[in-house]
Write a protein that binds this ligand. Sequence first.
Ligand code: KIV
Ligand code: ZN
Length: 528
Amino acid sequence: MNPPQSRDPNRVIVFDTTLRDGEQSPGASMNLGEKLEVARTLEALGVDVIEAGFPVASPDDFAAVKTIAEQSQRAIICGLARSLKGDIERAAEAVKPAGSRGRVHIFLATSAIHRQFKLNKVKEEIVKQARESVAYARTLCDDIEFSPEDASRTEPDFLAEVVQAVIDAGARTVNIPDTVGYAYPEDYANLISYLRKNVRGIDDVVISVHCHNDLGLAVANSLAAVRAGARQVECTINGIGERAGNCSLEEVVMAMRVRKDQFPGITTGIVSQHLYGASRLLQSITGLPLQRNKAIVGDNAFAHESGIHQHGMMKNPETYEIMTPKSVGVPDTNMVLGKHSGRAALGKRLEQLGLAVEDADLNKVFDAFKILADKKKEMYDGDLIALVEEVVRGTTASVWRLDYLHTASASGESAGSGAMATATVRLVKDGKSKTDAATGDGPVHAVVAAINRICGVDGLVEDYRLRAVTKGGDAQGEVSIRASVRGVTIGGKGLSTDIVHASALAYLDALNRASLQVERLDYRTAAS
Ligand code: KIV
Ligand code: ZN
């Protein structure tokens, strides 16, 4: 990335915080392997900055930022830090392997309510701390971003004073967060204009925006800010993030692209054809399903149900479509590969779908592809995306692994829906297997009960969804569940041509994720 002075003034920097703010949302914890997979996908997608984590938060967070910094190829890798020496040192150390692409992002709250109740500090102390922390960070790393937390609820003149102080101390990017999602587009744009008028040298640094979605305005606020001169947008895939989430990357990028009339000359580095693949990968890794009507990447985003719409679409797709499914990578429903396709053809197609799979994983995906191609007559892009998700998750998130599953109705026949059923399950963990059986009101209930007995937990399935990945009687079924297990509510996914098998995999996925989350919480509590 160029230093700010020589930047293209029309280029909007896409700063992705899926791995930091996104990962803070309930149920979105990721392990190291999963974070690396997301980071690779983000680079393939063309994001400019990856906020990879909060290094001081735990050794796992530190290791994730450092490993992503080591393995990244192109993007700026950023680590978050409070305005404290120890945090800044940890963040600088974590991003160091990225060399000149390392960034430290410091935040300190500035609003009256945060000053009084969170920090117990007066204005002068905040300005001093902000200035000193940026100056100190500059001795460790060239690229410093500063965020006055809760900026949108801060008195504008005081905000300008803080922003002036951090620019004078050497910050290259000043981020103006709408931390609690309170801003309104016009006011937020006015705030950016106000800062541009009242802070010396602000046009020599990058003005960034970071909007939360508490009122459903995160994308609208970010777009308004870009029109007022902001040139970095902080966002997440699928809009995941604290509470109601962050500005959604796919929505903000496509809005600027489709509405060029409102954003003349504005560009981003995003390869829009990779948006759908990135969205699917994240859903799969976190187990957080997306609502069907989610803009750009939801299942219904390009579905036309009414006859009038279908008729118009046949005459001219532009009657009801403002962008093509292809432009955002929604998979083609045409058959793409078959059982005779080779590894190279598979790798090429995955690349076209924006799924950056490592060589070792590609071998596993290819093996799974061959097995599935024997079962299924036709293979669609959706099947390939689901396979990658399955293999990547299977290699990174497994603690307990499903080794054997048999279900039968109470009368001993294969279990049908609604019948009392028995399930026999064998799981493997650390090379040791355990088998148990249980009964339930139907096969899925029985499977969950058997898994609970083996793992010694008392988990419950709270939400259950089944989706056919592609069309046809031999389509793979993808089960997404939300389960309450080990005191956390968490998502899980499973994929199989057999839905009871897919359900078992989904529940086990949730259970494994819950264990990971509980271990992390235990660590954070012990360390704080
Ligand atoms: O929402 C927020 O204010 C943040 C900061 C750390 C930038 O996430
Ligand atoms: Zn945030």
